[in-house]
Design a protein around this ligand. Structure first.
Ligand SMILES: Cc1ncc(COP(=O)(O)O)c(C=O)c1O
Length: 394
């Protein structure tokens, strides 16, 4: 039975996982248009406008390519376009998604070197600097960092990573996964001299899953000329050539692009700084709620708090998945599960994308009711603490 044929639950489902996020009606209406000829004149004009607007979102004057793929595809594109089999890559294992990227690198016959964390903070910048300083032979060809680790709610400080690479005077490329940060947390592809930024449609960009992105620096384009990794579908070259006139080397995700057109315009109308401030505010209100409940944040380093999601640890002996199941059943709200070693230990509150004060109050109210219904020890008043903060009475 399709999900929309199941028993009716009144009101709207609260999709508070940290992506896919709630898709705004304006984007849904844009997607709900007849599919057009992707080789016709109207398509080319639309795609050119989208590609121009996207540059503003990535804060780059360089090219951005769009794949009809999930974020994982854009990870692969970043690696295969710039590197050669056997190349060493320095990867920061900040959580589940960083681990998956590293496993992909291994499958692609790269040689990842790891810098581990305890999954309670972002990338260890001094350790990156030390690893690069030790690498006097410049074996390391790329530093790969997940900007916002969606499994932990910890955000790495990319400007500091760039400064560490510069301080070591090391030529490695910098690749950053912004799948759960782009258009939610301040990000600057050009200013931070990132070489490949990886992104996906289903989080801050407020779209359904199905599109992913690479923003590409001049150095990355240069590296692509000598990169020996086999690549075909992900190859930037035919994509960039076709994009010149607003077209694609294969069939693009036409209706998702209608949605992207609408979403990019919405973000620019709101203003990126306002978008980031809104996310910062909702994240702070959420943390206040968590503290008032007497629960622990997974992120233990305040400088690395994520503005896109908050991962919350349940007290020992209390199942985070059990709590999530109660909240889904009783209040029709989905929260993110714990991934990898955090399975059943944390629940993740997504507060990114198309999201308002009232939606946050509803989300936190649902969690507070769920904590009570599931018998998870906590103090009352978390939702109230968030209301006090949001209404300026904290
Ligand atoms: C930070 C991060 N990287 C990579 C991925 C993988 O992206 P996808 O599931 O779209 O392939 C995700 C998915 O949630 C993510 O949050």
């Amino acid at each position: 039975m399709a999900y929309y044929e199941t028993a009716r639950a009144p009101g709207r489902h609260f999709l508070q996982i940290p992506g896919p996020t709630n898709v705004p009606d304006r984007v849904l209406r844009a997607i709900d248009n007849p599919t057009m000829d992707h080789r016709g004149p109207a398509f080319g004009a639309m795609a050119k406008e989208i590609l121009t607007n996207l540059r503003q979102v990535f804060k780059t004057s360089g090219p951005v390519v769009i794949y009809p793929a999930s974020g994982t595809g854009a990870w692969e594109a970043a690696l295969t376009n710039t590197l050669s089999p056997g190349d060493a890559v320095l990867m920061c294992r900040t959580g589940w998604f960083a681990t998956l990227w590293q496993e992909m690198a291994e499958r692609l016959q790269l040689k990842p070197e790891f810098i581990d964390t305890d999954w309670r903070r972002g990338a260890d910048v001094p350790a990156i600097g030390e690893a690069l300083a030790r690498d006097t032979a410049h074996r390391i060809k790329s530093v790969c960092v997940v900007h916002n680790e969606t499994s932990t709610g910890c955000t790495s400080r990319i400007a500091e990573v760039r400064a560490a690479i510069d301080a070591a005077n090391h030529p490695a490329l910098l690749m950053v996964d912004t799948i759960s940060s782009l258009a939610s947390i301040d990000y600057r592809h050009d200013e931070w001299r990132v070489d490949v930024t990886v992104a996906g449609s289903q989080k801050g960009l407020m779209l359904p899953p199905g599109l992913s992105f690479n923003a590409i620096s001049r150095r990355a384009l240069e590296a692509a000329k000598s990169a020996k990794m086999p690549r075909s579908y992900w190859d930037w070259r035919p994509m960039l050539a076709a994009n010149e006139t607003g077209y694609f080397p294969y069939t693009p995700g036409t209706n998702l692009l209608y949605g992207l057109d609408a979403a990019a315009k919405m973000l620019l109308e709101e203003g990126l700084d306002n978008v980031f401030a809104r996310h910062d505010r909702h994240a702070e209100a959420t943390r206040r709620a968590v503290r008032a409940w007497g629960l622990d944040l997974q992120c233990a380093e305040p400088r690395h708090y994520s503005s896109a999601l908050t991962a919350v640890r349940t007290p020992d002996g209390h199942s985070a998945d059990g709590l999530r199941a109660v909240i889904l059943e009783k209040y029709n709200m989905s929260l993110g599960n714990g991934l990898g070693k955090l399975k059943d230990r944390v629940f993740r509150i997504g507060h990114l994308g198309d999201f308002s004060d009232l939606q946050l109050v509803g989300t936190l109210g649902g969690i507070e009711m769920g904590l009570r219904a599931a018998g998870v020890p906590h103090q009352r008043g978390g939702a109230q603490a968030a209301i006090d903060y949001l209404s300026g009475n904290a």
